[in-house]
Ligand binder design. Structure first.
Ligand code: AMP
Length: 272
């Protein structure tokens, strides 16, 4: 596996490996890798000829500066994880390379970026869209691998790909959960044992919502009841491409967690 930090370096590493007709899969991440990320790498490895991953803690998508500084960073461990998962090229750029002084263009996303995360994290999806557009232009993938865990992010990135005619396929991989049901997230390492225990109300709420939906009851009310005791930012139904999706943002011990389930396809959320 090649590990490269520079834009020219990653383009050169890709062109050395890519022959005409090859399908290039790209997995953008912010590192502190866990089994959720590894599932994206493995799926890309199975489906593509060349697999490129990126690790970049994108400052533009953090609306809370404390979240940015406390975001876990483990570059050496992450490099070993990507190599073991079969990634061919790992791109780990510096922030000043992605955002050099003098840059004058910004993006503003409407549509699927409004509401939910977009409402609670002002500017977040503008930052996501900007970094993805830049990374897509650098890597030039045929297909991008994204997690259902960040369902609204999938909608936003798919809109950017469509609006800018990038011609990149979007592959959405089901949410990977720990044995106790909590969706894997790089932020989980910040949960105290007690907060983690309380956070298990989130997967319980998703299951309750799926059950209520199946029985013709109100999924939001069912989820809210199961979330009793957690500080919730929103519990709602989003209309995503996979149909009505129950979305939750909540805090446990000061750590902000998001999760979701497409009500007609609970298996995509890693729930049966
Ligand atoms: P992040 O490093 O958090 O920006 O995530 C990078 C990619 O991994 C995104 O497409 C996420 O949706 C995906 N991802 C994060 N957590 C999970 C998970 N538990 N299961 C599946 N995909 C995930």
């Amino acid at each position: 596996m090649n590990i490269v930090g520079g834009i020219e370096g990653v383009r050169a590493a890709i062109s050395r490996r890519r022959t005409p007709g090859d399908r290039l899969g790209f997995v953008p991440t912010m590192g502190a890798l866990h089994e959720g990320h590894v599932t994206l790498f493995r799926t890309a490895r199975e489906e593509c000829d060349v697999v490129v991953a990126s690790i970049f803690v994108n400052p533009r998508q953090f609306n809370d500066p404390r979240d940015l500084t406390s975001y876990p960073r483990r570059p050496a461990q992450d490099a070993a994880v990507t190599a073991a998962a079969g990634v061919d090229v790992l791109f780990m750029p510096r922030a000043d390379e992605i955002y050099p002084d003098g840059r004058v263009t910004d993006l503003h996303v409407g549509g699927p970026a409004l509401g939910f995360e977009g409402a609670h994290r002002p500017g977040h999806f503008d930052g996501v869209a900007l970094v993805c557009l830049k990374l897509f232009n650098i890597v030039r993938p045929d297909v991008v691998y994204l997690g259902q865990k960040d369902a609204q992010q999938v909608e936003v990135i798919a809109a950017v790909i469509s609006d800018f005619d990038l011609g990149i396929d979007v592959r959405v991989v089901p949410t990977v959960r720990d044995e106790d049901g909590l969706a894997m997230s790089s932020r989980n390492v910040r949960l105290s044992p007690d907060a983690r225990h309380r956070a298990l109300a989130i997967p319980r709420a998703l299951r309750a919502a799926v059950g209520a939906h199946r029985d013709g009851q109100d999924p939001v009310a069912a989820a809210r009841a199961a979330l009793d005791g957690l500080e919730t930012e929103y519990v709602d139904i989003a209309r995503f491409r996979t149909g009505p999706t129950l979305v939750i943002a909540a805090r446990a011990g000061g750590v902000r967690l998001i999760d979701n389930v497409p009500l007609d396809y609970p298996e995509r959320a890693g729930l049966s």
